[in-house]
Design a protein around this ligand. Structure first.
Ligand code: SF4
Ligand code: FES
Length: 252
């Protein structure tokens, strides 16, 4: 395939950015989207141009680093229309002659560092505000010392699959990170080990979410449509129930 990519180029946090077009010939449909960018970057480097900065690590949908907006959709959209990570998007989802727009996450709490790379430190600070449990150090406890009901374990595991990619924020018209925050609150709040800090956790994490400048959730649902891990919308309802309970009855 011969394709054209129009990429957001921005040399630094304070610099003005703009879309720049590149022709990319002989793209194999078996390439991942990031491999296509690798090939383009090799050429730019050989020609003495600055390669396009983009974030990535695992390239198998685990680390959450590779977020970019492709043709207006966070992470792009695979042929199957199933939400994916950018690293798991393949060029077979595009056609010969396509023009593909590639932009960074657009949200004030995720400032652009360079080109397609944004600073997602705001997510780390939300985690620091409550995403932990108090656990005594020492010998590992017996596996069955704290029995967990199967349904709670399953829901906690599902919430724990959130990879902190930020697609939910990029897709939300309010720039809300409620799906991410709710996943982290739910993951620990459903387990017996997470009970001692359950109330302070939800209050602290939601407070930090707002401090970082993320918007509020108004039940639009764009977040779940792009979440590569299928974190369900009801996770936000669970956060709201926990938050209300903590605010009405902070002591127990
Ligand atoms: S909730 Fe989904 S979209 Fe949001 S950060 Fe977690 S994995 Fe990414
Ligand atoms: S590079 Fe790790 S999720 Fe894409």
């Amino acid at each position: 395939m011969n394709i054209t990519v129009r990429v957001w180029r921005q040399s630094g946090p304070e610099a003005a950015g703009k879309m720049v077009s590149y022709e990319v010939p002989d793209v194999s449909e078996h390439m991942s989207f990031l491999e296509m960018l690798d090939v383009l970057n090799e050429r730019l480097t050989m020609e003495g141009d600055d390669p396009i900065a983009f974030d990535h690590d695992c390239r198998e949908g685990i680390c959450g680093a590779c977020g970019v907006v492709i043709n207006g959709t966070a992470h792009g959209r695979a042929d199957s229309a199933v939400a994916t990570t950018t690293c798991q998007l393949h060029m077979r989802s595009f056609s010969d002659g396509d023009t593909i727009d590639v932009e960074p996450w657009r949200a004030e709490p995720f400032p652009v560092i360079k080109d397609l790379v944004v600073d997602r430190g705001a997510f780390d600070r939300i985690i620091q505000a409550g995403g932990y449990i108090s656990a005594p150090t020492g010998t590992a406890p017996d596996a069955h010392a704290a029995p967990v009901p199967k349904a709670a374990a399953d829901h906690a595991f599902d919430a724990a699959t959130c990879i902190g990619c930020g697609a939910c924020v990029a897709a939300c018209p309010n720039g809300s990170a409620m799906l991410f925050t709710a996943a982290k609150v739910t993951h620990l709040g459903l387990l017996p080990q997470g009970q001692p800090e359950r109330k302070s956790r939800v209050v602290g994490m939601v407070h930090q979410h707002d401090e970082e400048g993320f918007g509020g959730c108004t039940n639009i649902g764009e977040c779940t449509a792009v979440c590569p891990k299928g974190i369900p919308f009801e996770t936000i309802s669970r956060l709201n129930r926990d938050l209300l309970g903590a605010m009405l009855n902070p002591q127990t």
